[in-house]
Write a protein that binds this ligand. Structure first.
Ligand SMILES: NC(=O)c1ccc[n+]([C@@H]2O[C@H](COP(=O)([O-])OP(=O)(O)OC[C@H]3O[C@@H](n4cnc5c(N)ncnc54)[C@H](O)[C@@H]3O)[C@@H](O)[C@H]2O)c1
Length: 344
């Protein structure tokens, strides 16, 4: 299959690109190369005859039309987005422009292409987040029918994009599938998100910031498991349907941080115990307390389950960061990295 992947130079998109090429698909990677992108993420496939890269912005409709015309994809996997909640608090405009307007442009370009070329098996796969569902109390899980209740500029912009995708399916018949996933972690994670921040701070012997009381609960999904689930949904998901993807690994932030510290103690004993570096800092405004995914639909209908536990996934991730300094060191000087963002 020839897949147009948007955002393929980012964290999750690059995992999708690497796996899709490994499985024999042709990938056209469309990415604007914003601050969170890194072509090193896809260096291992850059010379593949099954790979093309196009630097383009999904806010540019003409560029999108030209890319559809030139590459004639069988499917779109749409991952390009502004993705960091803290940055959305400081500067929401970019989130509306890329996540809402950009998705609108991509839908319109895909619709024009699909109507003109009458490809019966064409698919538009929109990748979204469980954050659109809002925050849970102690109990319950998000299902695909949980009402939307986004609470940050980031999640509101993603919710807006999900609504557009469903509307393009209902109104124009565009063949779509949607997925809403939980927090990803793993290799190539940009060093402003919690897991790499903890690893790199521990390695440097610097304080490890934990927001609020550390009691916020997330369901942690290993990025390579997520890429596998995304390709499965693209190929086997039912037209018009959405699937929640979770790691079946709920953990409090503080417990996650402690697990990373334990792995660091084993793999990098200098400076152990690393959990002495944990420092509680002021919470993020509107910080959702708990997210949890009910994985029943994707498990029962498509037979998918995550392959790793969070302990194993974190062990692999810590090992990867310790062995790939050349990848993350240059990123530490990018705009905003290492600074406290999103305090409102
Ligand atoms: N990381 C997570 O835990 C998580 C969880 C749920 C959902 N998601 C969703 O998955 C997708 C990918 O997330 P990620 O963590 O890989 O993000 P990321 O920030 O690592 O990557 C986003 C990519 O999109 C590109 N991009 C941004 N704006 C663009 C534009 N206007 N035009 C073209 N390209 C643009 C960037 O250059 C970057 O390569 C996003 O849609 C995000 O909402 C992420």
């Amino acid at each position: 299959m020839k897949i147009l992947v948007t955002g393929g130079a980012g964290f999750i998109g690059s995992a999708v690109v690497r796996l899709a090429i490994q499985r024999g698909h042709y990938v056209v990677n469309l990415d604007a190369l914003t601050y969170s992108a890194n072509l090193a993420n896809i260096a291992e496939v850059a010379d593949s005859p099954n790979y093309s890269f196009v630097q383009a912005d999904i806010r540019d409709r003409d560029a999108l039309d030209a890319i559809f015309d030139e590459y004639q994809p069988d499917a779109v996997m749409h991952l390009a987005a502004e993705s960091h909640v803290d940055r959305s608090i400081d500067g929401p405009a970019a989130f509306i422009e890329t996540n809402v307007i950009g998705t609108f442009n991509l839908l319109e370009a895909a619709r024009a292409y699909w109507q003109k070329n009458a490809k019966p098996d064409f698919r538009f796969h929109h990748i979204s987040t469980d954050e659109v569902f809002g925050s849970l109390g102690e109990d319950g899980q998000f299902t695909e029918t949980t009402p939307y209740d986004p609470r940050s500029p980031y999640s509101a912009s993603k919710a807006g994009s999900d609504h557009l995708v469903r509307a393009w399916h209902e109104t124009y018949g565009l063949p779509v599938v949607l997925t809403n996933c939980s927090n990803n972690y793993g290799p190539y994670h940009f060093p402003e998100k919690l897991v790499p921040v903890v690893i790199l701070r521990a390695l440097a012997g610097e304080s490890i910031p934990v927001y609020g009381d550390g009691g916020n609960i997330r369901d942690w999904l290993y990025v390579e498991d997520h890429a596998d689930a995304l390709l499965l949904v693209l190929e086997k998901g039912e037209n018009g349907r959405s699937y929640n993807i979770g790691g079946e690994n709920e953990a409090r932030n503080i417990d996650l941080v402690r697990t990373i510290c334990t792995h660091m103690d084993e793999m990098h004993p200098e400076g152990a115990p690393h959990d002495r570096l944990i420092t509680f800092v002021t919470d993020r405004p509107g910080h959702d307390r708990r997210y949890a995914i009910d994985p029943e639909r994707i498990r029962d209908e498509l037979g998918w389950r995550p392959s790793v536990t969070v302990e194993e996934g974190l062990r692999r991730t810590v090992e990867w960061y310790l062995n790939n300094r050349d990848w993350w060191q240059p990123l530490l000087s990018r705009d905003g990295v290492g600074k406290r963002l999103g305090q409102g």
